[in-house]
Design a protein around this ligand. Structure first.
Ligand code: AMP
Length: 211
């Protein structure tokens, strides 16, 4: 199954994608995580993406589509994949179609702007493996280090409140129109984001028919 997780920054796409990824044994492909990795490694794509990511703006299509195309060509995507954070604009959705990538379902996580601002202020990320946490909703087991690799938990630079506001503006202007785009194709399913991660997961698995 080829799935898109759609929604504003901080809606819980990464967290839900990770859970579905384990259940279906298909990889999650997060363009944001790949860009952060490229920036850390100072690759050519990373260097051209850095200023956009730091300010909460969208990275130019040629950079992000190039990274995604290479990743989708890898062997582990043959039986399906989950996209988290892509597409973010109609031209990006059209680029997927041009690559002959068929999408089965788009899960739209519906969360208000107010909740997003509250959530992002508590979000943490493992500095080593990138696994996401939240101090209140999804804390690490020992309270301070990554459950998966023991790495240090940090605050993402673009979770700074001023940058969050700009990311939300970008979401409403450039990304939200994709909802109507996928609704017209009959593959959009809306999931009302719940306070507890487990409750959103229940709705997500039900929408995928894999309760
Ligand atoms: P995310 O981890 O999905 O919140 O993405 C973090 C940042 O990476 C975004 O604010 C953008 O700067 C950049 N980014 C991630 N995915 C895309 C995309 N599909 N198109 C353009 N920029 C992206």
């Amino acid at each position: 199954m080829n799935i898109i997780f759609f929604g504003p920054p901080g809606a819980g796409k990464g967290t839900q994608a990770e859970i579905v990824s384990k259940r279906l044994q298909i990889p999650t492909i997060s363009t944001g995580a790949m860009l952060r990795e490229a920036i850390k490694k100072e690759t050519a794509s990373g260097l051209s993406a850095k200023s956009y990511v730091d300010s909460g703006a969208l990275v130019p299509n040629e950079v992000v589509i190039g990274i995604l195309k290479d990743r989708l060509a890898e062997e582990d995507c043959k039986n399906g994949f989950i996209l988290d954070g892509f597409p973010r604009t109609i031209p990006q959705a059209e680029a997927l179609e041009k690559m002959d990538i068929r999408i089965d379902v788009v899960l739209s996580l519906e969360v208000s702007d107010e909740t997003i601002v509250e959530r992002l202020s508590g979000r943490r990320l493992c500095a080593s493996c990138g696994n996401p946490y939240h101090v209140k909703y999804n804390p690490p087991k020992d309270g301070s280090r990554c459950d998966k690799c023991g790495g240090e938990l940090i605050v993402r630079r673009d979770d700074d409140p001023a940058v969050v506001k700009s990311r939300l503006d970008t979401y409403h202007e450039e990304t939200e129109p994709l909802k109507a785009y996928y609704e017209s194709k009959g593959i959009l399913k809306k999931i009302i984001g719940q306070e507890e991660v487990a409750d959103t997961t229940k709705l997500t698995l039900a929408a995928l028919g894999i309760e």
